[in-house]
Design a protein around this ligand. Structure first.
Ligand code: FE
Ligand code: FE
Ligand code: ZN
Length: 278
């Protein structure tokens, strides 16, 4: 079964997101844990969570992919910005435990001139502070396009972070199709080669989710502008290859394309129709 969904607003709670997903024939979703500026998160309502978990179970939902505010920067050159990132992530991870065994994705960060190695150290340091042995959540490092001083533009950089984290059994990777294509991984002409490389450097067992986006920019552009499925430089056929690849089977696929709900419904329909595995 293809596990697919899109990014939804969390303002009306989990049950609402579950119902919105059913409306568009999705069986997973992503949501921002709080607004991008990182303000206070909505209070957890245990009744809402219980009702959602029941709906998810009845409708074969796969894991959810929560997204940290994309403004968090664990490797900022300012201490207060790093501390802010640390506090938000710690709070998010505590909240994630109300829905056990889900995925929490974050952008590793931008080193803003301190250098890749210094950035990787700071990211690992934050993870070593917030990850706890009894956590059930898997924290995902997202593959990045490499715009500006973004860390995570190569599989090697992600591997280095993972290697520096003590509880790295809590870590996985989310592969963003737009980001890796912009970063210079040719998933259009050489998907097998890219997956082999991922396996060699990180290990495919770490790959826990896919952000499925077409790209407004050409291969290797290091830009990160998402496009609707089939309307960008990656194209529909490459997306179909990804969802049908035996090594990517069962991963939650999250659309982060520029769409409203009806546009997402259309993309989910197209991709479900093109899905050939059982
Ligand atoms: Fe992201
Ligand atoms: Fe993404
Ligand atoms: Zn992006």
């Amino acid at each position: 079964m293809l596990n697919i969904g899109c990014t939804l607003s969390s303002s009306k709670g989990y049950l609402h997101m579950g119902k919105e997903s059913l409306k568009i024939n999705a069986n997973t979703f992503a949501f921002f844990t709080r607004n991008p500026r990182g303000g206070k998160a909505k209070d957890i309502n245990p009744d809402d969570i219980a009702a959602f978990l029941k709906l998810a179970e009845e409708n074969n939902f796969s894991q959810l992919v929560a997204h940290a505010p994309y403004t968090l920067n664990a490797c900022s050159n300012k201490e207060e910005t790093r501390e802010f990132a640390l506090n938000i992530m710690a709070d998010d991870l505590a909240r994630m435990e109300y829905t056990p065994n889900q995925l929490y994705n974050f952008h590793p960060g931008s080193h803003v001139g301190q250098g890749v190695e210094a950035g990787i150290e700071l990211i690992a340091k934050q993870l070593n502070t917030v990850l706890k042995p009894d956590m059930t959540t898997t924290v995902l490092l997202e593959t990045m396009a490499g715009k500006g001083s973004e860390i995570g533009r190569s599989f090697e950089e992600l591997r280095e972070i993972i290697d520096k984290v003590e509880l790295n059994e809590k870590l996985g990777v989310c592969l963003d199709t737009c980001h890796v294509y912009d970063a210079g991984y040719d998933i259009v002409n050489n998907l097998d080669g890219v997956l082999d490389e991922f396996d060699k450097i990180i290990g495919l067992d770490r790959l826990k989710a896919i952000h499925m986006n077409d790209s407004k920019n050409p291969f290797n552009s290091h830009k990160d502008r998402h496009e609707k499925i089939g309307e960008g430089s990656i194209g529909f056929d490459a997306m179909v290859n990804i969802i049908n690849h035996p090594r990517l089977k069962n991963l939650p696929v999250i659309l982060e394309t520029p769409n409203e709900l009806d546009g997402y419904a259309q993309e989910i329909k197209m991709l479900r129709n093109a899905y050939t595995q059982d």
